[in-house]
Design a binder for this molecule. Structure first.
Ligand code: CDP
Ligand code: MG
Length: 663
């Protein structure tokens, strides 16, 4: 039988594939982005100049579109385009978005590479990565030979890694030109920045401004100074919530994970008791350590009749785009690393924003329509904020960076081509610390020792790499690898606010009087004992996802140890060896119990306190070492381990000769 194909067959109906509509919509969205009109100009500028600077508000399409334009135009000459991000979250979510736009799987054309998680393959040409990863790669390949284009994104954040990369890409560019190699194109992108400063530094590079889509924003300052910004933010939130129409979303800027989780809980509790005609509230936390599945919730469209409330760290300031936000509540605070140059240690502390950051936060309210920003500080307080944020490189411990620079063959760190130089004192302290850790030769030449060379091969803080190497002497590498891996991932402890007491009681059995490191080791052993049983994790309030990540990290660290022929010994129940080994890297982070029952840090002689989350909270050992200091109402030590005074002294006699433990 002949069928007339032009005639619709009665049995066949027309369908359009849902997915096609979806892609058509994405295509349309891409076309409307503010970056689109300058596409050709952009490609031209990049072809003409070695370096181009691009400035455009968040949401313009810089991060997602520019790599695709350059790829489509063939500017990458069949080699890889690298795009750096200061944050792991951004690198992963943006690469997923771009893969979607390109209708490809992650790891094919588009991929991401962050510490301990590399999704890229030989096929990958558009590679989103953390600035730390690119810096690490350049130790082995200072000319960045595998890349034709390096895009340094979010340059205004001035993270320590991005700042060092500025110098590294400049030098790679120059050397490749000198050696007649394929040119390295550099693109520096940012939401706001001191353009002249950047352009000068990059040999008067041209600057491309994107026309922003910014609606007017009503800025309101608090009339009085607020003593408790957390409380004020809740009051403000519910004030807005009662009055504003549904679907006008609210973004609150707070400082850290714990604070955000507790705020989210309060908001949920309060909103469930609200009477009258108010929209349903969807409350989403947003911070770097949040599981990816939950992060995605933030980006989902708010259903009709609802209101989304996002409670975020400064990750929502510039690096991710959230649609629907019409109100911003700004605490005026941010958690930042502060450097104590006398003790040579970093401290996490909540500090005031810079005015530039406050403006960025405001801007988040006016992306799609006119919006409002409520500042929980007075105008007078705002005037006391710094104009711009001090680059991290001028306020952090530089040991890690100096080790990386020296490993790259840059011995004259003081004269490295920094955009803004760290103080000579800070560099000096870092060099001294690296000498104490045995990474640098004990002379004026800034040369790596063989151990230093091995340390630089680990993607870890030099103190942790030192501990891994030292495990050979203490015959406990298996245990140390476990501990270091667990310290390198987000917490494996899962402590829901409403079941806190219960969770702590259940985990009591893992607690060690030797401290948190040994406690972690106990949990890991128990987990292995039940072969990673899911029910066991739930019962014991262990975050299985983070545990699995830690196991993967452990595998990767183990591979590096194999390359360095380190012996995989285990010390069994002799946990004192493990603690001695930890001292070899962390003797600088030590504290001593005083007669009055308080602790002082041995490096700064300042008072420090055991964090309530520590296994040692109710103990008073004479000496402890700790992983980090966090300043809130007090200066807290986190992740503690009980040690002997003699171990401290033996691990670095020259260091303690100056600051002899008094006990
Ligand atoms: O880098 P920039 O802030 O200029 O913008 P972008 O990150 O490239 O984002 C451009 C647009 O892509 C946003 O306005 C979103 O509509 C969309 N986007 C998204 O839907 N999902 C993401 N993970 C990232 C971007
Ligand atoms: Mg961006």
């Amino acid at each position: 039988m002949m069928l007339n194909t032009s005639e619709p067959s009665p049995k066949r109906m027309k369908f359009s594939q849902n997915g096609d509509d979806h892609y058509a919509k994405i295509k349309e969205e891409r076309f409307k982005l503010p970056i689109r009109p300058v596409k050709h100009k952009l490609i031209q500028e990049v072809q003409r100049h070695p370096t181009v600077i691009i400035i455009g508000e968040t949401g313009s399409g810089k991060t997602t579109q520019i790599p695709q334009y350059l790829y489509e135009a063939g500017v990458h000459r069949n080699s890889i385009i690298a795009i750096t991000q200061p944050r792991k979250v951004a690198a992963i979510t943006v690469s997923q978005r771009v893969a979607l736009e390109k209708r490809s799987d992650i790891g094919d054309l588009v991929g991401y590479c962050v510490r301990f998680d590399d999704s890229t393959t030989e096929k990958t040409k558009i590679k989103y990565m953390t600035d730390g990863m690119l810096l690490r790669e350049s130790i082995l390949d200072p000319l960045m030979k595998r890349y034709s284009i390096v895009i340094l994104d979010e340059a205004h954040e001035r993270t320590i890694q991005t700042d060092v990369l500025f110098g590294v890409v400049k030098s790679a560019q120059r050397q490749r030109q000198r050696n007649g190699m394929r040119p390295l194109k550099v693109i520096v992108m940012s939401a706001t920045m001191d353009v002249d400063h950047f352009s000068q530094y990059f040999n008067k590079a041209p600057v491309l401004y994107l026309e922003g889509r910014q609606f007017p924003i009503r800025v309101m300052f608090s009339k009085e100074e607020q003593s408790d910004y957390l409380f004020s933010s809740l009051v403000t939130l519910f004030q807005i919530h009662r009055e504003a129409p549904a679907q006008e979303d609210i973004l609150i800027f707070l400082t850290g994970q714990e604070e955000i989780e507790s705020a989210v809980k309060s908001i949920k509790d309060i909103s469930s008791t609200l009477m009258g005609n108010v929209p349903n509230m969807i409350v989403c936390p947003l911070y770097a350590a949040l599981p990816p599945q939950q992060q995605l919730k933030v980006f989902q469209k708010t259903p009709k009749g609802c209101r989304k409330v996002i409670v975020s760290t400064n990750v929502a300031e510039t690096s991710v785009t959230i649609s629907g936000v019409r109100f911003v509540i700004d605490s005026g605070k941010v958690k930042a690393k502060i450097y104590n140059s006398r003790g040579g240690l970093d401290l996490m502390k909540v500090v005031n924003l810079s005015q530039a950051q406050a403006q960025q936060r405001c801007g988040r309210a006016g992306r799609e329509a006119p919006g409002s920003c409520y500042r929980l500080y007075t105008e007078q307080q705002y005037d006391t904020f710094k104009k711009t944020t001090v680059p991290e490189i001028q306020r952090c411990n530089l040991a890690s960076v100096v080790l990386q620079l020296v490993a790259m063959g840059i011995h004259d760190v003081i004269n490295f081509d920094f955009m803004d130089k760290p103080s000579p004192e800070a560099i000096h302290t870092a060099v001294e610390q690296l000498k104490l850790l045995g990474a640098l030769e004990n002379n004026d030449e800034a040369k790596l020792t063989p151990a230093g060379k091995n340390m630089a091969a680990f993607p870890l803080d030099p103190r942790l790499s030192k501990v891994v190497l030292a495990a050979k002497d203490f015959e406990c590498l298996e245990e140390i690898l476990t501990i270091v891996s667990l310290l390198s991932v987000d917490s494996i402890l899962f402590t829901p606010q409403n079941k806190r007491e219960h969770a702590l009681a259940v985990r009591e059995k893992f607690m060690s009087s030797e401290g948190d490191h040994i406690t972690l080791l106990n949990i890991y052993k128990a987990y292995k004992g039940v072969q990673g049983n899911k029910a066991w994790c739930q019962e014991n309030f262990i975050n299985q996802r983070n545990m699995r990540t830690a196991i993967d990290v452990r595998r990767q660290l183990r591979e590096i140890c194999v390359k360095q022929s380190l012996p995989f010994n285990t010390c069994g129940l002799d946990t004192a060896s493990v603690r001695k080994c930890l001292v070899s890297g962390f003797f600088m982070n030590s504290a001593e119990l005083q007669r009055e029952g308080e602790y002082i840090s041995l490096s700064t002689r300042k008072p420090v306190t055991i964090h309530p989350s520590s296994a040692l909270f109710h103990c008073k050992p004479s000496y402890v070492i700790y992983n980090e200091l966090v300043q809130t109402s007090k200066c807290y030590m986190r992740d503690l381990c009980v040690v002997d005074a003699a171990w401290l002294y033996d691990s670095a006699p020259s260091y303690f000769k100056k600051k002899k433990p008094t006990g």
